[in-house]
Design a protein around this ligand. Structure first.
Ligand SMILES: O=C(O)CCC(=O)C(=O)O
Ligand SMILES: [Fe+2]
Length: 288
């Protein structure tokens, strides 16, 4: 098995990604350009691009082990939010499903709990990876999300848990499955279900009412790298079954450099730990 080269100079794309299958480090070659075009076409046509086996098998073991070693230090979060993570159209009737708060429980490492030297953080911070995501999403510029908590997360859903339907607070998202559920735990979404102006309310209502027949789902083994427009595509994860937690790394990107997420939303997601960090910071800036 090819070993994983972890010295500090190595770009983790070169060490962890199956480059023979997915030549993301060589997008200017004829083969790389054809691959990129296929990804862009898939993104444009379907609103997602799904690359199974993106991470090499031995690299996947290292990434899953690393996350499983860190997860016991993570908070178990009970996340309560509506699908928009806050702002609701005030004209919606009181009993509209889009007003409803959905709750899910996840063991979650926020970006500030993932040290810079971890493999997953180094993969996320690879300029090659960011550039690949940018090009698949056909953006002139795309930055890694600047939010100290949201940029990169590792999320474990234990059997019995689901991930409630929501839109992300940044446009472009990647979900990388590090450890699959035995059964269930399907990533499901409505590709491009809204724009800045409108929303496909029929599709959204149908999903919120429990009808998943129109959602996009696919078989995703561990190591699958899925790009989609998380800020514009209602999505979530179905209940995890069996005895193994489902573990994903969530990578987020933003066209706007330096944009951070509001404290309210971060406290809603990350709970007391983040609330205390922000309160202490506010207190020390007053005292300074
Ligand atoms: O676990 C996944 O595949 C998706 C999770 C997600 O949507 C999120 O963390 O925003
Ligand atoms: Fe999401």
């Amino acid at each position: 098995m090819p070993e994983i080269i972890q010295d500090t100079d190595t770009d983790m794309v070169l060490s962890l990604v199956d480059l023979a299958r997915y030549p993301i480090a060589d997008l200017e070659s004829a083969e790389g350009a054809a691959f990129l075009k296929a990804c862009q076409d898939q993104m444009e046509e379907h609103g997602w691009c799904n690359l199974d086996g993106f991470i090499r098998p031995e690299a996947l073991v290292a990434l899953a082990d690393e996350s499983n070693a860190l997860l016991p230090t993570a908070d178990v979060l009970t996340i309560k939010r509506n699908i928009y993570q806050g702002a609701i159209d005030p004209s919606l009737p009181k009993d509209d499903l889009r007003r409803k708060e959905y709750t899910h429980v996840a063991t979650q490492l926020a970006d500030d709990q993932l040290p810079n030297e971890t493999l997953i953080q180094r993969l996320y911070q690879s300029p090659r990876l960011t550039d690949f995501v940018r090009r698949v999403q056909k953006k002139d510029v795309l930055h890694r999300c600047a939010d100290e908590f949201q940029a990169l997360n590792v999320v474990a859903l234990h059997p019995g848990s689901w991930h409630a339907w929501h839109y992300d607070t940044t446009e472009c998202t990647v979900t990388l499955l590090l450890q699959a559920a035995e059964t269930g735990g399907d990533f499901a979404f409505l590709p491009n279900s809204r724009t800045d102006e409108t929303e496909d309310r029929e599709a959204v209502d149908r999903l919120l009412a429990g009808d998943m027949s129109h959602t996009q789902k696919f078989d995703r083994g561990a190591g699958t790298f899925t790009l989609f427009r998380g800020g514009y595509s209602l999505h979530g994860v179905t209940e995890v079954e069996g005895s193994t937690p489902r573990v994903t790394a969530i990578m987020t990107y933003d066209e706007q450099e330096g944009r951070v997420i509001s404290d309210d939303i971060n406290i809603r997601i990350y709970g007391d730990r983040v609330k205390n960090i922000l309160a202490e910071r506010a207190a020390s800036s007053i005292n300074a």
